[in-house]
Design a protein around this ligand. Structure first.
Ligand SMILES: *Cc1c(COP(=O)(O)O)cnc(C)c1O
Length: 387
Protein backbone atom coordinates (compact mmCIF):
# COMPACT_ATOMS: atom_id res chain seq x y z
CA UNK A 1 0.00 0.00 0.00
CA UNK A 2 1.36 3.47 -0.87
CA UNK A 3 2.28 5.63 2.09
CA UNK A 4 0.46 8.56 0.44
CA UNK A 5 -2.70 6.49 0.08
CA UNK A 6 -2.58 5.47 3.76
CA UNK A 7 -2.05 9.04 4.98
CA UNK A 8 -4.50 10.77 2.64
CA UNK A 9 -7.28 8.30 1.90
CA UNK A 10 -7.35 5.00 3.75
CA UNK A 11 -10.31 4.70 6.12
CA UNK A 12 -11.85 7.96 4.95
CA UNK A 13 -15.28 7.97 3.29
CA UNK A 14 -15.82 11.61 2.34
CA UNK A 15 -19.12 10.96 0.58
CA UNK A 16 -20.54 9.92 3.96
CA UNK A 17 -19.89 13.41 5.40
CA UNK A 18 -20.67 16.15 2.85
CA UNK A 19 -17.41 15.48 0.94
CA UNK A 20 -15.57 17.32 3.68
CA UNK A 21 -11.82 16.94 3.15
CA UNK A 22 -11.10 16.75 6.86
CA UNK A 23 -13.02 13.98 8.62
CA UNK A 24 -15.71 14.94 11.14
CA UNK A 25 -15.21 14.66 14.88
CA UNK A 26 -18.05 12.32 15.78
CA UNK A 27 -18.41 13.69 19.29
CA UNK A 28 -20.93 11.23 20.67
CA UNK A 29 -20.89 8.70 23.47
CA UNK A 30 -23.49 6.36 21.97
CA UNK A 31 -25.21 5.26 18.77
CA UNK A 32 -28.94 4.53 18.52
CA UNK A 33 -30.47 1.24 17.33
CA UNK A 34 -33.78 1.05 15.46
CA UNK A 35 -35.04 -2.28 16.77
CA UNK A 36 -34.38 -4.78 19.53
CA UNK A 37 -33.00 -7.09 16.85
CA UNK A 38 -30.57 -4.32 15.81
CA UNK A 39 -29.45 -3.87 19.37
CA UNK A 40 -28.97 -7.59 19.84
CA UNK A 41 -26.77 -7.63 16.74
CA UNK A 42 -24.76 -4.65 18.02
CA UNK A 43 -24.14 -6.33 21.38
CA UNK A 44 -22.97 -9.50 19.70
CA UNK A 45 -20.62 -7.67 17.34
CA UNK A 46 -19.38 -4.87 19.52
CA UNK A 47 -15.80 -5.14 18.24
CA UNK A 48 -16.96 -4.39 14.67
CA UNK A 49 -19.78 -1.86 15.05
CA UNK A 50 -20.31 1.64 16.44
CA UNK A 51 -22.43 1.11 19.55
CA UNK A 52 -20.79 3.01 22.41
CA UNK A 53 -17.67 5.22 22.25
CA UNK A 54 -15.89 3.23 24.96
CA UNK A 55 -15.75 0.74 22.15
CA UNK A 56 -15.75 1.97 18.57
CA UNK A 57 -16.15 5.50 17.28
CA UNK A 58 -15.94 6.43 13.57
CA UNK A 59 -13.30 9.17 14.02
CA UNK A 60 -11.14 6.87 16.14
CA UNK A 61 -11.65 4.07 13.58
CA UNK A 62 -10.01 6.13 10.82
CA UNK A 63 -6.90 6.56 12.95
CA UNK A 64 -6.80 2.86 13.83
CA UNK A 65 -7.07 1.81 10.17
CA UNK A 66 -4.22 4.09 9.14
CA UNK A 67 -1.91 3.00 11.97
CA UNK A 68 -2.57 -0.70 11.34
CA UNK A 69 -1.69 -0.15 7.68
CA UNK A 70 1.46 1.79 8.59
CA UNK A 71 2.62 -1.02 10.91
CA UNK A 72 1.58 -3.68 8.39
CA UNK A 73 -0.78 -5.43 10.83
CA UNK A 74 -4.37 -6.60 10.37
CA UNK A 75 -5.79 -4.37 13.03
CA UNK A 76 -5.06 -1.70 15.65
CA UNK A 77 -6.74 -0.26 18.71
CA UNK A 78 -6.31 3.29 20.02
CA UNK A 79 -5.96 4.35 23.66
CA UNK A 80 -6.06 7.63 25.55
CA UNK A 81 -2.32 7.51 26.22
CA UNK A 82 0.77 5.49 25.40
CA UNK A 83 0.68 3.97 28.88
CA UNK A 84 -2.94 2.94 28.32
CA UNK A 85 -1.72 1.04 25.26
CA UNK A 86 1.37 -0.46 26.97
CA UNK A 87 -0.64 -1.60 30.00
CA UNK A 88 -3.41 -3.18 27.89
CA UNK A 89 -0.93 -5.02 25.65
CA UNK A 90 1.00 -6.38 28.64
CA UNK A 91 -2.05 -7.28 30.74
CA UNK A 92 -3.59 -9.10 27.76
CA UNK A 93 -0.72 -11.63 27.92
CA UNK A 94 -0.47 -12.42 31.65
CA UNK A 95 -2.40 -13.88 34.54
CA UNK A 96 -1.46 -14.62 38.16
CA UNK A 97 1.41 -17.13 38.26
CA UNK A 98 2.90 -16.08 34.91
CA UNK A 99 6.38 -14.70 34.28
CA UNK A 100 7.55 -11.86 32.01
CA UNK A 101 11.02 -11.13 30.63
CA UNK A 102 11.41 -7.39 30.03
CA UNK A 103 14.29 -5.38 28.57
CA UNK A 104 16.25 -3.24 31.06
CA UNK A 105 15.44 0.43 31.36
CA UNK A 106 12.20 0.67 29.44
CA UNK A 107 10.08 3.85 29.49
CA UNK A 108 9.58 5.02 33.09
CA UNK A 109 5.86 4.16 33.20
CA UNK A 110 6.54 0.71 31.75
CA UNK A 111 9.26 0.21 34.34
CA UNK A 112 6.72 0.91 37.10
CA UNK A 113 4.22 -1.45 35.51
CA UNK A 114 6.82 -4.23 35.40
CA UNK A 115 8.50 -3.71 38.76
CA UNK A 116 5.67 -2.66 41.05
CA UNK A 117 2.29 -3.18 39.41
CA UNK A 118 2.45 -6.69 37.90
CA UNK A 119 3.96 -8.25 41.07
CA UNK A 120 0.89 -7.02 43.02
CA UNK A 121 -1.18 -9.36 40.88
CA UNK A 122 1.12 -12.36 41.15
CA UNK A 123 3.01 -11.83 37.89
CA UNK A 124 6.77 -12.17 38.22
CA UNK A 125 9.10 -10.07 36.05
CA UNK A 126 12.79 -10.50 35.18
CA UNK A 127 14.57 -7.50 33.66
CA UNK A 128 17.47 -8.34 31.31
CA UNK A 129 20.19 -6.58 29.34
CA UNK A 130 18.57 -6.68 25.91
CA UNK A 131 21.75 -6.16 23.90
CA UNK A 132 22.31 -9.95 24.06
CA UNK A 133 19.33 -11.91 22.71
CA UNK A 134 20.55 -14.98 24.66
CA UNK A 135 19.68 -13.16 27.91
CA UNK A 136 15.99 -13.57 27.02
CA UNK A 137 16.43 -17.33 26.56
CA UNK A 138 18.41 -17.58 29.78
CA UNK A 139 15.80 -15.74 31.85
CA UNK A 140 12.91 -17.80 30.45
CA UNK A 141 11.06 -20.10 32.84
CA UNK A 142 8.35 -22.73 32.48
CA UNK A 143 5.70 -20.06 33.15
CA UNK A 144 7.08 -17.28 30.90
CA UNK A 145 4.30 -15.95 28.65
CA UNK A 146 5.67 -12.60 27.49
CA UNK A 147 8.88 -10.97 26.21
CA UNK A 148 8.64 -7.20 26.40
CA UNK A 149 10.94 -5.14 24.15
CA UNK A 150 11.63 -1.47 23.61
CA UNK A 151 14.21 -0.96 20.86
CA UNK A 152 15.94 1.40 21.15
CA UNK A 153 15.04 1.77 24.81
CA UNK A 154 14.52 5.03 26.67
CA UNK A 155 17.31 7.46 27.63
CA UNK A 156 20.33 5.29 26.72
CA UNK A 157 19.01 3.86 23.43
CA UNK A 158 20.36 0.31 23.50
CA UNK A 159 18.91 -1.92 20.78
CA UNK A 160 17.59 -5.44 20.87
CA UNK A 161 18.05 -7.78 17.93
CA UNK A 162 14.33 -8.10 17.26
CA UNK A 163 14.43 -11.03 14.80
CA UNK A 164 16.69 -13.08 17.09
CA UNK A 165 14.49 -12.52 20.14
CA UNK A 166 11.37 -13.37 18.11
CA UNK A 167 13.02 -16.68 17.11
CA UNK A 168 13.68 -17.51 20.78
CA UNK A 169 10.10 -16.56 21.69
CA UNK A 170 8.49 -18.60 18.91
CA UNK A 171 10.38 -21.76 19.82
CA UNK A 172 8.89 -21.44 23.29
CA UNK A 173 5.42 -20.24 22.29
CA UNK A 174 5.94 -16.90 24.07
CA UNK A 175 4.19 -13.69 22.98
CA UNK A 176 6.36 -10.69 22.03
CA UNK A 177 5.35 -7.07 22.60
CA UNK A 178 7.47 -4.09 21.53
CA UNK A 179 7.23 -0.39 22.26
CA UNK A 180 8.01 1.17 18.86
CA UNK A 181 7.44 4.82 19.86
CA UNK A 182 11.09 5.77 19.27
CA UNK A 183 11.00 4.82 15.60
CA UNK A 184 7.41 5.58 14.52
CA UNK A 185 5.76 3.15 12.08
CA UNK A 186 7.72 4.84 9.28
CA UNK A 187 11.21 3.82 10.40
CA UNK A 188 10.82 0.36 11.95
CA UNK A 189 8.11 -2.28 11.51
CA UNK A 190 8.55 -4.97 14.16
CA UNK A 191 5.49 -6.94 12.98
CA UNK A 192 7.40 -7.69 9.77
CA UNK A 193 10.12 -9.17 11.99
CA UNK A 194 7.53 -11.38 13.70
CA UNK A 195 6.63 -9.36 16.79
CA UNK A 196 3.06 -10.09 17.92
CA UNK A 197 1.96 -6.72 19.33
CA UNK A 198 3.45 -3.32 18.44
CA UNK A 199 2.72 -0.43 20.80
CA UNK A 200 3.16 3.32 20.32
CA UNK A 201 2.83 6.40 22.42
CA UNK A 202 1.05 8.50 19.78
CA UNK A 203 1.67 11.48 22.07
CA UNK A 204 5.16 11.68 20.58
CA UNK A 205 5.85 11.77 16.84
CA UNK A 206 2.42 10.68 15.61
CA UNK A 207 0.67 13.66 17.22
CA UNK A 208 3.80 15.68 16.61
CA UNK A 209 2.59 19.02 18.01
CA UNK A 210 2.75 18.53 21.79
CA UNK A 211 -0.98 19.11 22.13
CA UNK A 212 -2.56 15.66 22.45
CA UNK A 213 -2.01 12.30 24.17
CA UNK A 214 -2.74 8.91 22.71
CA UNK A 215 -1.56 5.34 22.32
CA UNK A 216 -1.99 2.50 19.88
CA UNK A 217 -1.61 -1.27 19.87
CA UNK A 218 -1.18 -2.99 16.47
CA UNK A 219 -1.45 -6.72 15.87
CA UNK A 220 -3.49 -9.54 14.38
CA UNK A 221 -7.28 -9.16 14.31
CA UNK A 222 -7.57 -12.00 16.79
CA UNK A 223 -5.19 -10.51 19.35
CA UNK A 224 -6.61 -7.00 19.00
CA UNK A 225 -10.21 -8.22 19.32
CA UNK A 226 -9.24 -10.08 22.49
CA UNK A 227 -7.77 -6.85 23.91
CA UNK A 228 -10.92 -5.00 22.84
CA UNK A 229 -13.22 -7.39 24.68
CA UNK A 230 -11.13 -7.49 27.86
CA UNK A 231 -8.59 -4.76 28.72
CA UNK A 232 -10.06 -2.10 26.44
CA UNK A 233 -13.72 -2.31 27.46
CA UNK A 234 -13.09 -2.99 31.14
CA UNK A 235 -10.16 -0.65 31.93
CA UNK A 236 -11.60 2.09 29.72
CA UNK A 237 -8.45 3.97 28.64
CA UNK A 238 -10.20 5.17 25.48
CA UNK A 239 -9.13 7.85 23.04
CA UNK A 240 -11.62 10.70 22.63
CA UNK A 241 -12.91 11.46 19.10
CA UNK A 242 -11.42 14.94 19.28
CA UNK A 243 -7.99 13.60 20.25
CA UNK A 244 -8.22 11.01 17.46
CA UNK A 245 -8.85 13.89 15.07
CA UNK A 246 -5.77 15.76 16.30
CA UNK A 247 -3.67 12.60 15.88
CA UNK A 248 -5.02 12.18 12.33
CA UNK A 249 -4.02 15.76 11.58
CA UNK A 250 -0.54 15.09 12.96
CA UNK A 251 -0.23 11.91 10.95
CA UNK A 252 -0.67 13.75 7.62
CA UNK A 253 2.75 15.39 8.01
CA UNK A 254 4.60 12.59 9.80
CA UNK A 255 6.96 11.75 6.89
CA UNK A 256 7.89 15.42 6.40
CA UNK A 257 8.54 15.97 10.06
CA UNK A 258 10.60 12.78 10.46
CA UNK A 259 12.79 13.70 7.50
CA UNK A 260 13.42 17.20 8.80
CA UNK A 261 14.08 16.02 12.38
CA UNK A 262 16.52 13.36 11.13
CA UNK A 263 18.54 15.84 9.10
CA UNK A 264 18.73 18.52 11.80
CA UNK A 265 19.65 15.92 14.41
CA UNK A 266 22.61 14.72 12.37
CA UNK A 267 23.87 18.32 12.17
CA UNK A 268 23.42 18.97 15.90
CA UNK A 269 25.07 15.68 16.87
CA UNK A 270 28.05 16.47 14.60
CA UNK A 271 28.40 19.83 16.38
CA UNK A 272 28.18 18.24 19.83
CA UNK A 273 30.80 15.60 19.00
CA UNK A 274 33.34 18.35 18.30
CA UNK A 275 32.84 20.02 21.70
CA UNK A 276 35.28 19.29 24.49
CA UNK A 277 32.46 19.73 27.05
CA UNK A 278 30.87 16.57 25.60
CA UNK A 279 32.34 13.26 26.78
CA UNK A 280 30.03 11.06 24.72
CA UNK A 281 26.92 11.07 22.55
CA UNK A 282 24.76 7.98 23.14
CA UNK A 283 23.27 7.43 19.71
CA UNK A 284 23.18 4.13 17.80
CA UNK A 285 23.48 5.96 14.46
CA UNK A 286 27.16 6.85 15.02
CA UNK A 287 29.53 4.44 13.20
CA UNK A 288 31.59 4.02 16.42
CA UNK A 289 28.50 2.87 18.38
CA UNK A 290 28.75 -0.87 19.21
CA UNK A 291 25.24 -1.47 17.79
CA UNK A 292 25.60 0.71 14.68
CA UNK A 293 25.19 -2.21 12.26
CA UNK A 294 22.09 -3.47 14.01
CA UNK A 295 20.65 0.05 14.04
CA UNK A 296 21.19 0.34 10.29
CA UNK A 297 19.60 -3.07 9.75
CA UNK A 298 16.50 -2.50 11.88
CA UNK A 299 15.81 1.21 11.39
CA UNK A 300 15.35 3.05 8.08
CA UNK A 301 16.73 6.35 9.40
CA UNK A 302 17.73 8.15 12.56
CA UNK A 303 15.23 10.10 14.66
CA UNK A 304 15.61 13.15 16.90
CA UNK A 305 16.42 11.60 20.29
CA UNK A 306 19.94 11.07 21.65
CA UNK A 307 21.68 11.46 25.00
CA UNK A 308 24.79 13.48 25.80
CA UNK A 309 27.19 12.77 28.65
CA UNK A 310 28.85 16.01 29.69
CA UNK A 311 32.58 16.02 30.43
CA UNK A 312 32.42 17.23 34.02
CA UNK A 313 32.36 16.01 37.61
CA UNK A 314 30.27 18.97 38.69
CA UNK A 315 26.52 18.90 39.17
CA UNK A 316 26.60 22.73 39.24
CA UNK A 317 28.13 22.79 35.74
CA UNK A 318 25.48 20.40 34.42
CA UNK A 319 22.77 22.59 35.91
CA UNK A 320 24.35 25.80 34.56
CA UNK A 321 24.48 24.33 31.06
CA UNK A 322 20.84 23.17 31.19
CA UNK A 323 19.51 26.32 32.85
CA UNK A 324 21.30 28.52 30.29
CA UNK A 325 19.59 27.06 27.22
CA UNK A 326 17.18 29.63 25.79
CA UNK A 327 15.48 27.76 22.95
CA UNK A 328 15.65 24.12 24.04
CA UNK A 329 12.79 23.69 26.49
CA UNK A 330 13.30 21.54 29.58
CA UNK A 331 10.41 19.09 29.57
CA UNK A 332 9.29 15.48 29.46
CA UNK A 333 8.25 13.90 26.15
CA UNK A 334 9.57 14.40 22.61
CA UNK A 335 8.28 14.21 19.05
CA UNK A 336 6.75 17.71 18.88
CA UNK A 337 7.78 20.82 16.99
CA UNK A 338 10.00 22.05 19.84
CA UNK A 339 13.47 20.89 20.82
CA UNK A 340 13.79 19.59 24.37
CA UNK A 341 16.22 18.44 27.01
CA UNK A 342 15.58 16.07 29.89
CA UNK A 343 18.52 16.10 32.33
CA UNK A 344 19.15 12.97 34.44
CA UNK A 345 20.20 15.49 37.12
CA UNK A 346 16.48 16.17 37.72
CA UNK A 347 16.41 12.86 39.61
CA UNK A 348 18.65 14.41 42.31
CA UNK A 349 16.19 15.03 45.13
CA UNK A 350 16.56 15.69 48.86
CA UNK A 351 20.32 15.20 48.65
CA UNK A 352 19.99 11.76 47.01
CA UNK A 353 20.36 10.69 43.40
CA UNK A 354 17.33 8.56 42.60
CA UNK A 355 18.47 7.13 39.30
CA UNK A 356 20.86 4.43 38.15
CA UNK A 357 22.11 6.82 35.44
CA UNK A 358 25.02 9.28 35.84
CA UNK A 359 23.85 12.83 36.62
CA UNK A 360 25.95 14.04 33.68
CA UNK A 361 23.48 12.56 31.14
CA UNK A 362 21.09 14.84 29.27
CA UNK A 363 18.55 13.44 26.85
CA UNK A 364 17.96 15.64 23.82
CA UNK A 365 15.13 15.82 21.35
CA UNK A 366 15.62 17.85 18.19
CA UNK A 367 12.45 19.44 16.82
CA UNK A 368 11.65 21.46 13.73
CA UNK A 369 13.76 24.57 14.38
CA UNK A 370 16.67 25.56 12.12
CA UNK A 371 19.89 23.74 13.03
CA UNK A 372 21.88 27.02 13.25
CA UNK A 373 19.37 28.41 15.73
CA UNK A 374 19.79 25.37 17.99
CA UNK A 375 23.58 25.25 17.63
CA UNK A 376 23.89 28.94 18.60
CA UNK A 377 21.84 28.17 21.71
CA UNK A 378 24.11 25.25 22.62
CA UNK A 379 27.23 27.40 22.06
CA UNK A 380 26.11 30.08 24.48
CA UNK A 381 25.04 27.50 27.09
CA UNK A 382 28.48 25.79 26.89
CA UNK A 383 30.10 29.20 27.44
CA UNK A 384 27.98 29.73 30.59
CA UNK A 385 28.61 26.18 31.85
CA UNK A 386 32.26 26.91 32.72
CA UNK A 387 31.70 30.42 34.16
C1 LIG B 1 6.04 8.61 26.34
C2 LIG B 1 6.30 7.18 26.18
C3 LIG B 1 5.37 6.23 26.60
C4 LIG B 1 4.10 6.58 27.31
O1 LIG B 1 3.25 7.32 26.50
P1 LIG B 1 2.18 8.37 27.10
O2 LIG B 1 1.48 8.79 25.88
O3 LIG B 1 3.00 9.43 27.76
O4 LIG B 1 1.34 7.64 28.08
C5 LIG B 1 5.65 4.89 26.36
N1 LIG B 1 6.80 4.52 25.76
C6 LIG B 1 7.73 5.41 25.36
C7 LIG B 1 8.97 4.91 24.71
C8 LIG B 1 7.51 6.77 25.57
O5 LIG B 1 8.44 7.63 25.20
Amino acid sequence: MDLSYILNELGEDRAAYFNAVAPPIIQTSNFACKTVADMRFMLQHEAEVDFYSRGNNPTVDILEKKLAALEGTEHAIAFGSGMGAVAAAVLSQVKAGDHVVCVNRPYIGTNKLMRYFLPRFGVEVTMVDGTQAANFAQATKENTTLYYLESPNSFTFELQDIAQIVDIARERNICTVIDNSFATPLLQNPAAMGVDLVVHSATKYIGGHSDVMGGIVCGSRERINRIFAAEYLTLGAVLSPHDAWLLLRGLRTLPLRMERVAKTTRQVVAFLQRREEVAEVLWPFLPEHPQYRLARKQLRNNTGQFTVRLQTESLAEVERFCDSLQHFLMAASWGGHESLIYPAAAAYMEGKFRSSLPFTLIRFYIGLEDPEYLIRDLEQAFARMKE
